[in-house]
Write a protein that binds this ligand. Structure first.
Ligand code: ZN
Length: 103
């Protein structure tokens, strides 16, 4: 499972549009960019960001903890799966994505 941050996506879009606008060719006489075109990009930027903010969250990230059995092996409290590596716990369950918050 791969999760990405909504805020990071929005930031990437803002940077993308900023790049487009800053790389627009300038009018040599007035040394200005085509303001109408720039405004169109800014409006598109706002619209796209608004759509991303409206997207539903598929699932809130679960929180869990690593549980150690009597033999010293550990498993996820949420999905009960033992990770492939029994040598180190991780901040997130590699199987279900639960964020490990407890001891
Ligand atoms: Zn899990």
């Amino acid at each position: 499972m791969e999760l990405i941050s909504r805020d990071d996506v929005i930031e990437a879009i803002k940077l993308y549009f900023t790049d487009i606008i800053s790389n627009m060719p300038c009018d040599n006489k007035h040394n200005i960019i085509d303001t109408a075109l720039a405004e169109n990009y800014l409006e598109a930027n706002k619209g796209l960001i608004g759509k991303i903010r409206e997207l539903p969250t598929i699932e809130e990230r679960k929180e869990g903890m690593w549980i150690f059995d009597e033999k010293g092996y550990f498993f996820c409290s949420e999905c009960k799966v033992k990770p492939n590596s029994q040598y180190a716990t991780t901040d997130y369950c590699p199987n279900c994505g639960a964020k490990m918050v407890g001891e």
